[in-house]
Design a protein around this ligand. Structure first.
Ligand SMILES: *[C@@H]1O[C@H](CO)[C@@H](O)[C@H](O)[C@H]1NC(C)=O
Ligand SMILES: CC(=O)N[C@H]1CO[C@H](CO)[C@@H](O)[C@@H]1O
Length: 744
């Protein structure tokens, strides 16, 4: 290994450090006391089993739900037992490795030019091209599964704009390096006469002009003759019959291996490659996993960097030093060898103040993933992740292998003088449909196929092969993405995740397959997510049956003055209080916490339920999903309501029908329950001894959390209100359920 000018003592200082979290003692005490209370609840459930048959079934059901919650709670306590927080020392990295930094291949994936506008895609591309890193060691690959010449055109524009943008970023230390975000967030320099101000104005104009050209082309949907003449690449689209049926299109827009590839100041440029892999109707394209695998092969022929960063096209880089952060882990002399990937959190750029759909995933990114990290394996979440090429390509971890592979020398070995066109020809074969036939791609190599959460499954498999991973959540977010802006989008996203996660549980269960391969703590941690889907059943039971039993006059909880009520109140309200305090401690607001709790109920009763059902249907041998639910593209009105934090309904969806039915059911029951409390009450029994108090409180809380829904049924007039067909249907379902409860 080449190490120039290194001080001997520095040789042994690690490139990163790991710390434990704060407040662990209070968390553990709380967890232990909750556990004790839950045990008392179980004693109550067993010792007070009602004698009448009907009541007993409701009781047993509730008991089973509580058993499940207790089990799930144990998982979450294991996950959070001792979170790990990481910190990097980038100056040590520079001191030791600046001259021999490894090459980085950056994969950006896009799938549809209407949902993912080309201007957004190239902003992401430009932000990663301008990393604070030797440009000749960076190569940026765009996979366009939309196979769109509009996206190609935008990339062509970006390759020209980069000539100016990269020197500008370098010179004035621009942050963030997505031009759109930069010009949106940075005020114009005051003093108009400085070089900076002049440059700023001229670059801004260049950017605005480019944006206008791209957007007007995108709007018309076709490339004009003039533009077509600008690059031979457009000729490829003469052979494209549709986005699902076309040859491989591969264009090296900037060939970083060439001396000619320099920016306006003569500095080298990163390579820039556009790829639309071959698509044929008779071949399954395997979505993003297929695209990533094609990129893996193509890049191995062009730049073959040992480290790969993968980002979604809506996730621009907000920190030009993220590459160096990641390398601090991967190049660390002591621990770096066993680390397969470094995962950054998903942070979103367009959240509203109170985050009405709870998209920020605050607890997940600020607590849970740190918990994973302690056990050596945060999961791979599909974007903002630095991988070692070898581990992603299926290699097993071998503690005797040499770290030197990662060093840059490899880059130069590649036949430098190979003509770009010849190279393109060779690479096209690698991205063809038939290339993967009878190979291990999608199975043992690359990303795994056939799972809605290919990322989680791929990460888990890497852990099974003996590698570790690291979660790095710096103060300044490394990547900023776009969160869903409608309720349906958010629920559908969670449906896909829970469905895929449960499928992973069924097919790659950590307790079975991970035995002796990953630590027990990590097996538990993974299950926190993999078991989202079945959690829906217990949740659904808890939000319906106690309410229906209230209507029917079956008591399921102790009276308020009975000492047995204490563990129930402690577990129930203690958990709420704890999560509220934790939420605020992590920088949230009260309203945000309320929104988060609401979304927690909504996801559990709809998304997870559908995810569960789809798995069962698959198990029964039907391959097609029973619920074809898709979320629509967003229009202007929708964005406006999103900014006002109004929940967006506006379309019919089975998910909404369930939400609405549950909300109405609890509203009806609450009315009935209060009537029972006031009118039917025996005057000799005081309120505290009413056996239905707890059920009324539960029902009341559910009604409270559902307030935005009632508003959407009856009060709102805008287009985002609940469609009346859904309202009517749900009223019918809720009434039917109430009648059935009264009848039987
Ligand atoms: C992006 O990074 C900048 C610093 O470069 C920081 O000030 C800003 O808060 C970050 N954006 C978000 C949304 O966190
Ligand atoms: C607050 C905010 O920035 N909202 C934006 C988030 O992103 C969506 C989709 O790009 C926009 O429609 C919102 O206006």
């Amino acid at each position: 290994m080449v190490r120039e000018g290194v001080m001997a003592k520095d040789d042994y200082l690690p490139l990163f450090e790991t710390k434990s979290g704060k407040g662990l003692v209070s968390f553990r005490l709380f967890a232990a006391s909750t556990f004790a209370a839950v045990c008392v609840i179980f004693v109550y459930r067993i010792s007070h089993m009602p004698s009448s048959n009907k009541e007993r079934w409701a009781w047993i059901g509730l008991f089973l739900s509580e058993l499940w919650f207790a089990f799930y709670n144990v998982i979450s306590v294991v996950l959070r037992w001792n979170p790990a927080y990481r910190n990097t020392f980038k100056h040590r990295l520079s001191l030791r490795y600046e001259k021999v930094l490894p090459g980085i291949d950056i994969f950006v994936c896009t799938a549809d030019p209407t949902v993912e506008p080309p201007i957004m895609v190239i902003n992401t591309v430009l932000s990663v091209m301008s990393y604070d890193y030797p440009p000749e060691k960076l190569s940026v690959y765009l996979s366009d599964d939309g196979g769109s010449d509009l996206t190609f055109y935008a990339m062509l524009e970006a390759s020209r704009f980069a000539n100016q943008w990269l020197p500008f970023c370098r010179k004035f230390k621009v942050v963030p390096r997505s031009p759109e975000a930069y010009f949106r967030t940075t005020p114009e320099p005051h003093d108009n006469n400085t070089i900076m101000a002049q440059k700023w104005t001229s670059i801004k104009k260049l950017y605005e002009d480019m944006k206008t050209r791209i957007e007007s082309t995108t709007k018309t949907g076709r490339i004009s003759e003039e533009i077509r003449k600008e690059h031979k690449g457009f000729l490829e689209w003469d052979f494209v019959s549709s986005r699902r049926d076309h040859q491989t299109i591969l264009q090296i827009l900037i060939d970083g291996r060439h001396a000619k590839a320099v920016d306006s100041e003569g500095q080298p440029l990163p390579s820039l490659v556009y790829l639309a892999r071959e698509k044929r109707p008779q071949y399954h394209h395997n979505f993003k996993a297929g695209a990533m695998n094609a990129l893996l092969r193509v890049s191995s022929r062009i730049s073959n960097a040992p480290i790969i960063l993968n980002v979604d096209c809506d996730m621009y880089s907000n920190d030009s030093e993220s590459v160096r952060d990641a390398l601090c882990f991967l190049l660390d002399e002591e621990k770096g060898r066993e680390i397969a990937f470094v995962q950054f959190p998903q942070v979103f750029d367009n959240l509203t103040k109170n985050d009405v759909y709870s998209s920020s995933l605050r607890i997940l990114s600020k607590v849970d993933l740190h918990g994973f990290d302690r056990y050596g394996g945060p999961c791979y979440i599909g974007s903002g992740c630095f991988h070692k090429r070898e581990s992603l390509c299926g290699k097993k971890y071998n503690d005797k292998a040499c770290q030197e592979d990662l060093m840059s020398n490899k880059l130069d070995i590649i036949k430098n003088e190979e003509d770009a066109q010849v190279l393109e020809g060779i690479c096209k074969v690698l991205a063809s449909c038939s290339y993967e036939e009878n190979t291990q791609w999608g199975k043992e190599m690359g990303l795994k196929y056939g799972c809605p959460v290919e990322d989680i499954l791929t990460g888990l498999s890497i852990h099974y092969r003996g590698w570790k991973s690291v979660y790095f959540n710096p103060e300044r977010p490394g990547f900023l993405g776009v969160a869903p802006v409608t309720l349906l989008q958010s629920l559908v996203q969670f449906k896909r995740w829970s469905e895929g996660d449960f499928e992973v549980f069924l097919t790659h269960c950590p307790f079975l397959y991970g035995h002796n391969k990953i630590s027990l703590g990590l097996q538990f941690s993974y299950c926190m997510y993999l078991l989202w889907a079945p959690t829906s059943l217990a949740s659904l039971y808890y939000v319906t049956v106690p309410s229906l039993c209230l209507l029917r006059g079956i008591s399921l909880f102790p009276q308020v003055l009975n000492p047995w009520v204490i563990p129930f109140v402690y577990v129930f309200f203690g958990n709420f209080a704890y999560s509220l305090v934790e939420f605020i401690h992590l920088g949230g607001t009260c309203t945000e916490w309320l929104n988060d709790t609401r979304m927690w109920v909504y996801r559990r009763t709809t998304s997870f339920l559908f995810g569960f059902c789809d798995n069962i249907i698959k198990l029964l041998g039907f391959s097609k999903s029973a619920f074809a639910i898709t979320a629509k593209v967003v229009d202007e009105d929708v964005s406006e309501r999103y900014e006002q934090e109004l929940m967006e309904f506006g379309t019919t969806s089975p998910l909404f029908t369930i939400l609405a039915t549950l909300a109405l059911l609890n509203a009806f029951v609450l009315v009935g329950g209060i009537k029972r409390l006031l009118i039917l009450e025996d005057p000799n029994i005081n309120l505290g001894q009413n056996p239905f108090n707890m059920q009324i409180i539960l029902c009341g809380l559910l009604v409270f959390i559902n307030l935005p829904l009632y508003q959407a049924f009856f009060l709102r007039k805008d287009k985002g209100r609940m469609p009346s067909s859904v309202t009517n249907r749900s009223i019918a379902f809720a009434l039917a359920a109430c009648l059935a409860a009264l009848q039987y």
